[in-house]
Design a protein around this ligand. Structure first.
Ligand SMILES: *Cc1c(COP(=O)(O)O)cnc(C)c1O
Length: 364
């Protein structure tokens, strides 16, 4: 089975497993796991922040970040397709009690004007106690539902400057920030410097088995540690898994370009197949999202699965495939052949009316 469902399906390498097996550990809740501390220091330095805190998932780092920036009843600006809003189990409402205000991003990218429009204008005739105060803006780079879209740095800066001038705090969901850096050569810290907090994942493209980190100022991370503990995120000899994350951070960032090449190979290999809607220019990093108009996406992926390719449906007409470190070039070629065989078998039933070049659905 060629598993391209997600880069989270990556398996730890032998070298990573031996680093984990020999990790020096302690009780992290008492703050004395040396491997966790080393990881936190390295991540903070890489992102140009004072401190960082290691947690079990990206969902936890994002949601603890949101909680630490807000109080219940505050409003938060999210892109309409943000992972933190759509794909984290309703956590902003359940854990932070915040009101989402959605921005009309295009593949996750929105403008300063979108932010101003969402914030509105205060006027002395209207009591400012009526609307929920907007405290935070969240931005995602690269953007998952946006197909691994990279935020242009100048636009990111303009959006952040505008939000800051209006008194908002800024959080970056950088689960795949590594991929933006691998592709553009712009250092992670150059993106991160515009934000008060940044969340990064070790368990996706970097290939570690578990974990994410939240970085920010010393004061902010101290506050975040309290909310991590509050939701049961205090873990004891976490150095065992932190060692995998540290290994991934040190050894697996450079190789991400190989995954980007594999994504290109896959995209170019299937873009012209009957019933497939894919603009190869939208594939910027490791995520390949394409539309399917010959049969429902759910059925299409079942047929791929029967032939040995495991990918995810996204909405009714979209498919997502993601190469990662255990996926070889040969497997990508096989994946193309499998997609071609199913697409061609159903070519006759392809609807002719579809004009969109991208799937409309949202999904993981
Ligand atoms: C996967 C992902 C997360 C959450 O990570 P988990 O470790 O699965 O909780 C957050 N943001 C984005 C953009 C992601 O792709």
């Amino acid at each position: 089975m060629i598993d391209l469902r997600s880069d989270t399906c990556s398996q730890p390498t032998h070298a990573m497993r031996s680093a984990m097996a020999s990790a020096i550990v302690g009780d992290d809740v008492y703050g004395d796991d040396p491997t966790v501390k080393e990881l936190e220091r390295e991540v903070a330095a890489l992102l140009g922040k004072e401190d960082a805190v290691y947690m079990v998932t990206g969902t936890m780092t994002n949601q603890v970040g949101i909680r630490a920036h807000t109080e219940p009843g505050d409003a938060v600006l999210f892109d309409q397709n943000a992972h933190v809003y759509l794909l984290e189990g309703g956590a902003p409402a359940a854990l932070s009690g915040v009101l989402p205000r959605l921005l009309p991003g295009n593949r996750g990218v929105f403008s300063p004007e979108n932010v101003s429009a969402a914030l509105g204008e205060a006027h002395r005739f209207f009591p400012n106690t009526i609307p929920a105060p907007v405290k935070l803006l969240c931005l995602e780079n690269t953007h998952n539902i946006g197909g691994g879209k990279i935020w242009p740095l100048a636009q990111l800066k303009d959006v952040c400057d505008l939000a800051r001038s209006r008194g908002l705090s800024l959080h970056l969901d950088g689960a795949r920030l590594w991929h933006a850096t691998a592709s553009t050569g712009i250092a992670e810290a150059e993106y991160a410097k515009h934000f008060d907090s940044v969340s990064v994942c070790f368990s996706k493209g970097l290939g570690a088995p578990v974990g994410s980190a939240l970085a920010g100022s010393k004061e902010f991370i101290d506050r975040a540690r309290r909310f991590k503990q509050q939701i049961g995120g205090g873990f004891r000899q976490a150095g065992i898994i932190a060692a995998g994350a540290l290994f991934a951070l040190r050894h697996h960032r450079e190789r991400l370009l190989e995954d980007h090449e594999h994504a290109q190979l896959l995209a170019h290999g299937i873009a012209d197949l009957p019933g497939i809607e894919l603009d190869v220019a939208t594939v910027e990093t490791n995520i390949v999202r394409f539309g399917i108009n010959s049969l429902p996406a759910g059925e299409f992926v079942e047929k791929l699965y029967e032939r040995g390719l495991y990918v995810l449906p996204s909405g009714t007409d979209g498919v997502r495939a993601i190469p990662y470190l255990n996926i070889s070039r040969k497997q990508i070629r096989e994946a193309i052949d499998i997609i071609a065989s199913v697409a061609e078998a159903h070519a006759n039933t392809a609807g002719a009316s579809k004009t969109s070049k991208q799937p409309s659905g949202s999904g993981y």
